[in-house]
Design a binder for this molecule. Sequence first.
Ligand SMILES: [Zn+2]
Length: 511
Amino acid sequence: MKKFYVTTPIYYPNDIPHIGHFYTTLAADILARWHKLKGEDVFFLTGTDEHGKKIETAAQKKGEEPKEFVDGLIPKFIEAWKKLNIDYSRFIRTTEAAHIDTVRFMYDKSYKKGDIYKGFYEGLYCTGCEAYYQEKELETGCCPVHKTKVEILKEESYFFKLSAYRDRLLEHYEKNKSFVRPESRYNEILFRIKEGLLDFSISRNSFKWGIELPFDKEHIAYVWFDALTNYLSGVNYLTNKEQKYWPADLHLVGKDILWFHAVIWPAMLMSAEIPLPGQIFAHGWWTFNKEKISKSRGKVINVDELIAIAGVDAARYFLFAETTFGQDGDFSTEGLLRRRDADLANELGNLVSRALTMCEKYCAGKVPVYKEENCALGAGEIKEAAISAVARCCQCMEEIDFSGALNGIWSFIKLLNQYVEKTAPWKLAKNNEKEKLDTVIHVMLEGIRLTAVLLGPFIPETSEKILGQLGLEAQEKISFENKAKWGQLQAGTPIKKGKILFPKDLTTKNG
Ligand SMILES: [Zn+2]
């Protein structure tokens, strides 16, 4: 059985889960669901990054122990993912014992190999990022991410010999052209590796909240070394000898943290002699009404606000139809409602509603018989289009092109709507052309069935509703090949017309 292991970055728990978190996590969920649909053995990891100075300081302010403090923050994330219908395999926390052991194992391996040495570090440090900056990276003396003043920090520190991995990284990049995607990001990282790599500090002793190094208890692990290791501990790399999920197939990340994933993480793995992940995909950022999303200006879209606009599925659809994955996008309530109305309500919802109404009215609520000889009405064209919609969807999902997949599905939906107009079943009914009428309605229902199958990973709740209305429940045991094949609907199956999908009047006054 083919396996698919996908990860999101682990999130800093002191934040409210906002678009920056849920965009990546939803992308991972869609891919995980897609690969499950294909019959693969899927592992989908997400979680929280709970160590570091920021947490220590925030806990102190509340008069709590750091662990007690983070324990109180986790339910917010678990709850948010549940609301968004995100079906992960494991939620890892970096405070778990198994993770801590794995981090110490990684340090130990590199230390014994001679890749870790002691030195002295002085640099410009942003507490928000938990990272040092070089002078040239700052924007008028401030952190480019947080726009706050950086501080000069000097501490005794252990260093990781990143410089020693330049050639091996270059070789890996040359051999694996899709190691980092999109291609522009691959080129950017490759260029920076060629420029040369500097050793960097991987321990702290200016605060306590972290993982003690196995070879020096005075030092704690650098948060990025700690956090990145979650991808191993998340699949029990240390204790599970028959490791079936590692190496990860895909790390999904925001473009701001690509360097850590595309350079530092592979070098850490090389040092510990662990195979590298298959691919790292960096997605873009969202603006909000064309303005940069920032907490300080109150422009953060949280999960409840998102769902309140038009429900979970409309939100899931909008985020992945609106913009090409990998590029930046602009979020607006109007944009979401426009897509909900045009694509989901008018194209998909209408099609389903019409087909089921006609099935009830003309076919006694049962899937009618399809007769090949009545294909003259264009059913052959629909069948061809269905086959190519499935092929296009498979191709796009392999390439992590969500909007491409959705565009393909919607072309098919539009074609089905045109087919209804062209064949005019109400006229066939009037003229008593029963066999032709049956075939047309069968084709509509079969087209809807296939659409619902392909949409499952994107809008799972809607997909399930549609399949239920077609009298198709418990589809888990049917292979993807069979589900995605044209002509699976059995004549005689009773349909169950349900509530209208994506009703517009709930959220808009005059839509
Ligand atoms: Zn910062």
